[in-house]
Design a protein around this ligand. Structure first.
Ligand SMILES: Cc1cc2nc3c(=O)[nH]c(=O)nc-3n(C[C@H](O)[C@H](O)[C@H](O)COP(=O)(O)OP(=O)(O)OC[C@H]3O[C@@H](n4cnc5c(N)ncnc54)[C@H](O)[C@@H]3O)c2cc1C
Length: 417
């Protein structure tokens, strides 16, 4: 079933009776060539690229809940490629290019909107850091523009520029950055993967990983045992728990990250804005709600909801930056479980168990990584060698100390990233 304007018109005229389910609701078979554990954005994209680019047949995605019910449907939807360090820089650049072709590739409207992201700076040191980052982005082939206060006053007049404590001195703009509808990304990849023959199996929790003679043989699930010579663990906040089923200890801590949305308002915020003096970012959804978030709840947890002190902290940052949002009513808040690595950068690698691969450590920034992560993980699983764009995302960097990518410059402590 292809989507098009004509199709929408025809269905409208025929009472919308011709639409079909987006994907097949498959039941598990006894064996596959490859199993993906986790039906989030990264797992679904991996399955899609395995089938599409590498012609893999007999692939299953095993999801313990429903597709899109994890972080892929809980994030604040920011898509950008403004990383500084080698490793992250080329990877996120690759990802943004895939975003730009995603809707055509999947024939699915993911509402990708390149409305631009502005990261504000508030003192000279931050200005220097922004210039350096902007140069790195341009060297990578991506766009970056330095904005003066006058530019900002014209573009985003509702910020509090004269605030005595955190005066705004300028911003770094990436015009190609923006937002997308998060769960549509999961649905788009799910639909495209299913069309290529991938079995998407919901309500199927993996409870064990079968390893024999140093190689993976398959998994145990709540719907029975399933054999496979290749298994990818792509479960975000649950990474350390699932890896432990294969006897591995990952350098991951799980923390809650909250997000908030207000009642629908008339269009008032054209960009994604990130505050430089506190962790606060905001955009406006197409429905009109202001979508915003801030820091992690700084303790390890598997609860997909947050606590009030952090909610208060985020509201305070928002009010400091743009006092006008104090009039908006917050409708909902929620949390997601973040897989935090010590250097704040991800892992896409083989493990010590033959045929077992991990894709994790996305911290609070894995939504924008979905297409490139899927592409690179599929490449690794199909060819057993890393994709050029992800070759630094090695698991052993935390053991050897070589090749760490401390993007935030906060040191090797999970909860500081
Ligand atoms: C509040 C919030 C805001 C965020 N904002 C942004 C942002 O603006 N930009 C950005 O780039 N990133 C953002 N992120 C991060 C991003 O959402 C995540 O890094 C990314 O979605 C994680 O990858 P995923 O989509 O595959 O994860 P998930 O959707 O969580 O997928 C993992 C899946 O694995 C399944 N699973 C777990 N255990 C098992 C098991 N034993 N068996 C079978 N299945 C299992 C889970 O049910 C889940 O569906 C944010 C996250 C949150 C929570």
């Amino acid at each position: 079933m292809r989507f098009s304007g004509l199709r929408v018109l025809r269905e409208g005229l025929r009472g919308n009776r011709g639409w079909r389910p987006h994907w097949r609701d498959a039941s598990p078979r006894p064996a596959y060539d490859a199993i993906i554990i986790g039906g989030g954005g990264h797992g679904l994209a991996t399955a899609y690229y395995l089938a599409k680019k590498h012609g893999a047949q007999r692939i299953a995605v095993l999801e313990k809940g429903y597709l899109g019910g994890g972080n892929i449907g809980r994030n604040t939807t920011i898509v950008r490629a403004n990383y500084l360090l080698p490793g992250n820089s080329e990877f996120y650049s690759h990802s943004l290019k895939l975003w730009e072709g995603m809707e055509e590739e999947l024939n699915y409207n993911v509402m990708h909107s390149q409305r631009g992201q502005i990261v504000l700076f508030h003192d000279d040191g931050q200005r220097d850091a922004a210039i350096r980052r902007g140069n790195a982005m341009r060297n990578q082939g991506d766009d970056a523009e330095l904005l003066s206060v006058a530019d900002l006053r014209r573009m985003v007049p509702y910020l509090d520029y004269d605030q005595a404590r955190f005066p705004i001195r300028g911003g770094l703009l990436q015009r190609r950055a923006g937002t997308a509808r998060h769960d549509a990304v999961a649905w788009g990849y799910a639909r495209a993967a299913s069309d290529l023959g991938v079995d998407l199996i919901q309500n199927c929790e993996v409870t064990g990983v079968d390893v024999k003679d140093g190689a993976v043989r398959g998994v145990q699930t709540t719907r029975g045992a399933i054999a496979a010579p290749k298994v990818g663990i792509i479960v975000a906040g649950r990474s350390s728990q699932v890896a432990a089923m294969a006897g591995m200890r990952l350098p991951i801590e799980s923390h809650v990250l909250q997000a908030f949305v207000t009642e629908g308002l008339k269009p008032c915020l054209d960009h994604v804005i990130s505050f430089g003096m506190g962790h606060f970012y905001i955009s406006q959804s197409d429905k009109g709600g202001l979508v915003f978030g801030g820091d992690l709840d700084f303790y390890a947890s598997y609860a997909a909801r947050g606590n009030l002190p952090m909610a208060e902290h985020v509201m305070e940052a928002g009010m400091t930056l743009m006092p006008m949002i104090g009039k908006a009513k917050v409708l909902r808040s929620w949390g997601g479980i973040m897989d935090m690595t010590p250097d704040g950068s991800p892992i896409i690698d083989r493990t010590s168990v033959e045929g077992l691969y991990v894709d994790c450590g996305w911290c609070y920034g894995g939504f924008k990584a979905v297409p490139a992560s899927g592409d690179c993980m599929a490449h690794l699983m199909a060819l057993d060698r890393p994709h050029e764009a992800a070759k630094r995302f090695r698991l052993d960097r935390f053991r050897t100390g070589r090749g760490l990518m401390d993007e935030e410059g906060t040191g090797s402590q999970h909860n500081l990233h």
